[in-house]
Design a binder for this molecule. Structure first.
Ligand SMILES: NC(=O)c1ccc[n+]([C@@H]2O[C@H](COP(=O)([O-])OP(=O)(O)OC[C@H]3O[C@@H](n4cnc5c(N)ncnc54)[C@H](OP(=O)(O)O)[C@@H]3O)[C@@H](O)[C@H]2O)c1
Length: 241
């Protein structure tokens, strides 16, 4: 049974579909887009939708409790819900304290809250895995904003630290996507005109990524029995050029 945060759209929705295709029962979650989340849960063979904001400590506990109430167990937690603000990296004034707090509340504290609420149940599973959705901006000087990139760098280190503390019962890994075509991408295209052309020209695999590309990597990490503390890059090879 898998809980996928932020799964009403984009990468999270693709992960929910991919894990459902593996035969898993799914909890679909989002904070605002209730109709889209319910529609996806209705489409999958065994799924429920739970509205809740991962940044809110009470909601985080309630989302996990609802998953246990629905299925009586928890095997996989995918911490996918994320937020950003599109701020050019050289505009230091625009990256004010509110931007830092809003982004860290979801991308770092949200992951922490979901994870700590889920750990007691994951420990009871024979095949427990946490997969965090990070970003290549965690390790490269790029991305939608400096606070976003730093939040994902924190998430990578949180992934490694949790792996040391939660093994052997629970494996903890992350995926680091490059630019992926989701509603998020549409906003990126508005801010950085021609980003598709630039990425296509400068990436070994000559394309932007799809949500399914990331979902495949997440599904692999849910099964990779001897892998923990790792961050798997899904960016068409852009990080090596
Ligand atoms: N697209 C990319 O190029 C890209 C690249 C690298 C990493 N990522 C990462 O991939 C993840 C998914 O992004 P995406 O591109 O698929 O974006 P998306 O299509 O905008 O989906 C984001 C999902 O997260 C939900 N969400 C946002 N804030 C939430 C909160 N506080 N609590 C619960 N759910 C919340 C959204 O629903 P509501 O807004 O309705 O709550 C939505 O379901 C993020 O962690 C992002 O950082 C994306």
């Amino acid at each position: 049974m898998a809980l996928v945060t932020g799964s009403s759209s984009g990468i999270g929705a693709a992960v929910a579909r991919r894990l459902a295709a593996d035969g898993m029962r799914i909890v679909v979650n989002s904070a605002r887009s209730t109709a889209a989340g319910k529609a996806l849960a209705d489409e999958l063979p065994h799924a429920v939708y739970v509205r809740g904001d991962v940044a809110d400590p009470a909601d985080a506990r309630r989302i996990v409790a609802a998953a246990i109430e629905a299925y009586g167990r928890l095997d996989v937690l995918v911490n996918n819900a994320g937020t950003t603000r599109f701020i050019p990296l050289d505009d230091l004034d625009a990256a004010d304290a509110d931007a830092w707090r809003d982004i860290f509340d979801v991308n770092v504290f949200g992951v922490w809250q979901l994870t700590t609420a889920a750990v007691p149940y994951l420990r009871r599973s024979e095949s427990a895995a946490i997969v965090n959705v990070s970003s290549v901006s965690a390790t490269r000087a790029l991305g939608s904003s400096i606070p976003y990139a730093v939040s994902k760098a924190a998430l990578n280190h949180l992934t490694r630290l949790l792996a040391t503390q939660l093994g052997p019962e629970i494996r903890v890994n992350a995926v680091a996507p490059g630019l992926i075509e989701t509603p998020w991408y549409d906003e990126a295209e508005e801010v950085w005109a021609n980003s598709r052309a630039w990425i296509t020209a400068n990436t070994p695999l000559r394309s932007v990524g799809s949500p399914q590309d990331v979902a495949e990597a997440v599904a692999y990490l849910t099964r990779a029995a001897y892998t923990t503390g790792d961050v798997l890059t899904v960016d068409g090879g852009r990080h090596v050029v």
